[in-house]
Design a protein around this ligand. Structure first.
Ligand SMILES: [Zn+2]
Length: 324
């Protein structure tokens, strides 16, 4: 063991290198990196609202907490939400809430656990029973619910029961929407039904079906894909965000990147217009995974206050993260 002074010297050097690395990673964007360090929070520009630990897909290697933290240091990610995946449609291997709680336990100032329950799960005690299950997770440190990715319709009554329980437990719901999980129709009428039914629940949209709906004139098939080209007016996301203050968007994964990159002019205006409703995320889940979000955000040169809100402040506020 090195003497304390040497250790802290090394630690501060490591911190410096990490921060320098982060500035390089985002294209030396001085704007991106400005005021990245907020007192009381771990250093870094971003809060990543969407990562997974363990083995998600049979075709990909697993990701450990140490590897995730190293990647976060290299990219200026101060804190990351770690999402379980419990539905058979969600991943090749189940990643339980208890697993997520265990692997994040030593790093809770940087790794923020969410919990999840499949809507088809058996439980007793009705609404009270379900709220009790969620509160048990919340009391162990979970700050939100998701990734919610079950093979049911978004407006399935079992989903609505679950969302009502999340609202009561004070857990924001991060959901994946496509034609296999939480499915809906073009224009997202099912999601609107949910938003109307549970107005006191915070919803965070993610996935191909959600992000294809940034555009109008979407086909059913496009709700399972990554549509290219200009965004048509009349997209469901803008319409629903305008009407429902409890609706947010998670910019992670190929779908979140594509929604902005397919029409950068529309995308930039959308990010500015919805700066209070959008959350930076990556869906990082295996070592060496390419993550296009960092370059995209650097290229867009968003106003500094918009960056601050999307990159970290919105999520911190939504999840009730306090300065230490
Ligand atoms: Zn995911």
């Amino acid at each position: 063991m090195a003497p304390a002074s040497k250790r802290s010297e090394r630690a501060s050097r490591r911190r410096f290198l990490c921060q320098a690395g982060a500035a390089v990673a985002v294209g030396m964007g001085s704007v991106l990196h400005a005021k990245a360090q907020e007192k009381g929070f771990p250093p870094g520009t971003f809060l990543d609202v969407h990562t997974h630990l363990g083995q998600t897909w049979n075709s990909r290697p697993p990701l450990s907490a140490t590897e995730l933290l190293r990647w976060m240091d290299a990219h200026g990610v101060a804190q990351a939400v770690v999402l379980p995946l419990v539905s058979p449609e969600a991943s090749s291997y189940p990643l339980t809430t208890d697993f997520v709680l265990r692997v994040t336990r030593e790093h809770r100032e940087r790794l923020i656990p969410f919990c999840s329950i499949d809507p088809r799960t058996s439980y007793q005690g009705g609404h009270r029973g379900l709220v009790g299950m969620l509160k048990r997770y919340r009391d162990q440190g979970c700050r939100g619910f998701g990734e919610h990715k079950p093979g049911v319709a978004i407006d399935d009554p079992r989903n609505i029961r679950l969302f009502r329980a999340c609202a009561e437990a004070g857990l924001p719901v991060l959901f994946h929407l496509d034609n296999q999980r939480n499915w809906d129709r073009p224009g997202l009428p099912g999601l609107e039904k949910v938003l109307r039914a549970v107005p006191d629940c915070i919803f965070i949209g993610h996935g191909p079906g959600w992000w294809a709906s940034i555009s109008g004139q979407v086909t059913q098939k496009e709700l399972q894909s990554y549509p290219r080209g200009p965004v048509a007016p009349g997209g469901a996301i803008d319409r629903l965000m305008e009407k429902y203050p409890n609706l947010y968007g998670d910019l992670s994964a190929g779908s979140g990147h594509n929604a902005i990159a397919r029409d950068p002019e529309f995308g930039r205006k959308f990010l500015i217009r919805r700066a209070d409703r959008l959350l930076f995320g990556t869906d990082f889940l295996y070592p060496g995974q390419p993550v296009p979000q960092f370059d995209l955000m650097a290229r867009l040169k968003l106003p500094e206050d918009v960056q601050r809100r999307i990159f970290r402040d919105n999520a911190r506020q939504l999840l009730g993260l306090k300065k230490s």
